[in-house]
Design a binder for this molecule. Structure first.
Ligand SMILES: Cc1cc2nc3c(=O)[nH]c(=O)nc-3n(C[C@H](O)[C@H](O)[C@H](O)COP(=O)(O)OP(=O)(O)OC[C@H]3O[C@@H](n4cnc5c(N)ncnc54)[C@H](O)[C@@H]3O)c2cc1C
Length: 509
């Protein structure tokens, strides 16, 4: 096709700029889905490298892997992966406090009344229990256990080595015909008539033309921002963290089946246990902590000896004003970033790739579909943003950063939710939201926001029946967890990575 007509013409040549997790997710999914219909090229630069973090995920990644026909055991062996049932929030409400945000269903509600209303009513009637007792993933997390053979089954995600994951996706994508080009992009050429991107020019002089470009160049946003000047909406007024210092350490114990998120005076720290090492990082607000302080604190607080020098990752919380602009679709960090808490960035990338495939402009780019794509992308990010803001806002800590978060004006979308919770214990969930009622309830309760009176239907059940219901829900969970092995034993027989895989990962990192 004539590239001069790219914005009106058929899309045959897709060029992906960048080979981090986002670039390879896009490359793998597009080549898997469109095989012979598209000519796909991915350009990446080993000299520039990737952001080197992003190793914790959320459960929908499993559905994506099924779609890509990635076998779970092969995947976990290839990425030295572990299982994630939940996130353990430590010191968030106040120092010394802990709560778990599990991935599974909590209890059993009715179509009108989620379970937490019955549970709140049981507390009112003097039947004390922990909300987590009614969730298999919470109880298994507390016991550090994991199995895929329990009834009921667990809902889970993964921790993996990001470098090894990109390599696995690359192997799959190349097997489906994707062409990888190594090199640094020196220039982005635009069509004179409409400003759409025409070609990437590499430092060695290669010119890579395309009809549709996918910008996966990370925070740089080489195409979407540096070339098209798309614009960025900044969320720093609600999300104070703007830097992280990351490090990888040796494991000093068996891997826990959850991500740890440990709050500190000016942010929080992650701990992601893989089969062969632990990924750690300290997220912080540069207004409240210096880079040197953050690095010293991280090295003081991690459990095991570092495997490499720490590296700094500055970021700016927010979103690109248009995820799709002209013939450029920005994915991954190039399209925006909320922050690492709740590990949603890879999920948002996957969701965007799926949306791109659903709306794929084979016969030409349609402004209607671009607008639709952008609107759904905006809503999706804002939903997640509100959930993350909640974690910062609902605290009882007394350091300056936390006090400011408690006192800040919230986005109206979140303020409404908090009012609904405080007035009538509603943890409202909009259609299509990643975080369900149970997630909102876990964090609202965990962060100590008092709910209003539970739903009147919860009061309709008498004490004896309520007690029986709670026991009937709790007992199978206790029994299932009692039969589960530790995560380490489960991994040993299910998906143990060979040591040569680990050493490849270390080389990548
Ligand atoms: C501190 C931190 C922690 C995070 N933790 C999580 C987490 O736990 N879970 C999660 O889901 N997400 C997490 N994320 C987000 C996650 O890291 C990213 O979504 C993911 O790694 C994808 O990054 P990317 O591919 O968009 O960018 P990058 O990894 O930065 O890749 C950019 C690519 O573009 C290439 N490139 C750039 N410029 C050029 C050029 N001029 N020429 C050629 N190539 C070029 C680079 O070489 C590279 O291949 C975290 C992010 C941060 C900052």
């Amino acid at each position: 096709m004539n590239v001069a007509n790219a914005s009106q013409g058929r899309i045959r040549k897709v060029v992906i700029a960048g080979g981090g997790t986002a670039g390879w997710l896009a490359g793998c999914a597009l080549s898997h889905q469109f095989r012979d219909q598209l000519d796909i090229t991915l350009v990446e630069s080993e000299q520039i490298g990737t952001v080197g973090v992003g190793e914790s995920t959320v459960p929908p990644i499993r559905a994506f892997h099924r779609f890509l026909q990635i076998d779970e055991q092969e995947f976990l062996q290839a990425v030295a992966g572990t299982f994630k049932l939940s996130i353990s929030f430590e010191n968030w409400r106040r120092p010394g406090d802990r709560f778990i945000h599990p991935f599974g269903t909590i209890g059993q509600g009715t179509w009108a009344t989620p379970f937490h209303h019955f549970w709140l009513d049981s507390l009112r009637r003097g039947m004390p229990s922990d909300l987590g007792d009614f969730c298999l993933e919470s109880v298994a997390s507390r016991a550090d256990r994991f199995s895929l053979q329990t009834q009921p089954q667990v809902n889970y995600a993964y921790h993996f080595d990001a470098g090894l994951y990109a390599k696995l996706l690359r192997r799959k994508a190349e097997a489906h015909g994707l062409r990888r080009v190594e090199g640094k992009i020196r220039e982005v050429r635009q069509h004179a008539h409409d400003g759409a991107v025409a070609a990437l020019v590499l430092e060695d002089g290669q010119v890579i033309e395309g009809d549709l470009f996918i910008d996966c160049t990370g925070f740089r946003g080489l195409l979407t921002e540096q070339t098209l000047h798309t614009g960025y909406e900044d969320w720093n007024e609600w999300l104070p963290s703007d830097r992280a210092v990351a490090v990888q350490t040796e494991s000093v114990g068996p891997p826990v089946p959850y991500t740890r998120a440990i709050a500190h005076e000016a942010g929080w720290r992650w701990h992601i246990a893989l089969q062969h090492r632990v990924g750690c990082g300290l997220v912080f607000s540069s207004r409240h902590m210096s880079d040197d302080e953050a690095q010293s604190k991280l090295l003081r607080d991690v459990d095991g000896p570092p495997l490499r020098d720490p590296w700094l990752v500055p970021f700016r919380s927010g979103r690109r004003l248009k995820a799709w602009n002209k013939n450029v679709v920005a994915l991954g960090l190039a399209s925006g970033f909320i922050e690492p808490l709740e590990s949603t960035s890879i999920h948002l990338t996957i969701s965007a790739v799926v949306r791109l495939i659903q709306l794929f402009p084979s016969d030409g780019i349609s402004p209607t579909l671009v607008d639709l794509y952008n609107e759904v992308s905006r809503q999706e990010m804002e939903h997640v943003r509100d959930f993350i803001i909640l974690h910062y806002h609902a605290n009882q800590r007394d350091e300056p950063m936390w006090t400011a978060c408690r006192e800040m004006a919230l986005p109206e979308s979140l303020a409404v939710r908090l009012r609904a919770w405080r007035e009538r214990a509603h943890a409202w969930q909009d259609p299509g939201e990643l975080f369900r009622v149970d997630s909102w309830t876990s964090v609202l309760m965990g962060q100590g926001i008092q709910p209003g009176a539970p739903h009147p239907l919860a009061a309709a059940i008498n004490d004896a029946d309520l007690r029986t219901l709670l026991t009937r829900l709790r007992q199978p969970i206790e029994q299932a967890v009692a039969t589960m092995p530790s995560q380490a034993s489960f991994i040993e027989q299910y998906c143990k990575a060979a040591p040569q895989v680990w050493s490849r990962g270390a080389a990548v990192a």
